[in-house]
Design a protein around this ligand. Structure first.
Ligand SMILES: [Zn+2]
Length: 207
């Protein structure tokens, strides 16, 4: 096997020795020589939050694969802010510090025809609400490969707790929300399925 060919052993020794003898300028110069610049993530075309909110509302916050009710994650994040001990949340969903409801009940967006297979990334008729588990199980497969039918939403009254989002936020003294979560709060207000306004403005900001 070919041994790794990089300068790291000597470079790290130089950095550490310089730092130990208090020569910060050399340490910094040496660490800069081996600086790692993370690659920017490849940009994927992903619908705006306002569009995703419309998909969830259209599907009455029910997973189109298993039919179960889902909850807007932003609402659960707010509950977590209020009850961090009882209902913990970790931004990366670390299993040991995230309440299982996030995994089992979070609404996620899925592409019926996967993008990897040429499916349209933003067309409304290719977007469905899915629970996180179904989304993960489906992966990049097509429904025909899985023999999964698309489930029609059963009731029309479930709103994924979005109807309680703003009232809870107001009752909690309007804590500062992340940019995403405040975008969600605006988006769910404008995405009731009875609202026929298809020109929802894009004033919310998101990455
Ligand atoms: Zn599901």
């Amino acid at each position: 096997m070919h041994p790794p060919d990089d300068p790291y052993p000597d470079a790290l020794a130089r950095i550490i020795q310089a730092r130990i003898r208090g020569d910060e300028a050399t340490a910094l110069a040496s660490v800069t020589q081996i600086r790692f610049i993370p690659q920017e993530k490849k940009k994927q075309r992903w619908p705006a939050i306002s569009v995703i909110a419309r998909v969830y509302a259209r599907d009455h916050y029910q997973c189109r694969y298993c039919g179960e009710r889902v909850i807007l994650t932003a609402v659960m994040r707010l509950v977590s802010r209020l009850y961090p001990e009882q209902f913990p949340y970790h931004p990366n969903w670390k299993a040991d510090s995230t309440h299982p409801a996030f995994v089992s009940r979070s609404a996620t967006l899925d592409h019926v025809h996967p993008i990897a297979g040429g499916g349209d990334p933003t067309a409304l008729d290719n977007l469905v609400t899915a629970c996180w588990n179904c989304n993960r199980r489906k992966g990049d497969l097509d429904l025909t490969e899985l023999n999964w039918p698309l489930v029609e939403p059963r009731g029309k009254n479930w709103k994924g707790l979005t109807d309680l989002f703003r009232p809870l936020w107001e009752a909690s003294g309007r804590p500062k929300l992340s940019a995403d979560d405040s975008a969600w709060m605006n988006a769910v207000k404008n995405s009731s399925p009875t609202c026929t306004n298809n020109t929802t403005s894009e004033r919310e900001h998101h990455p």
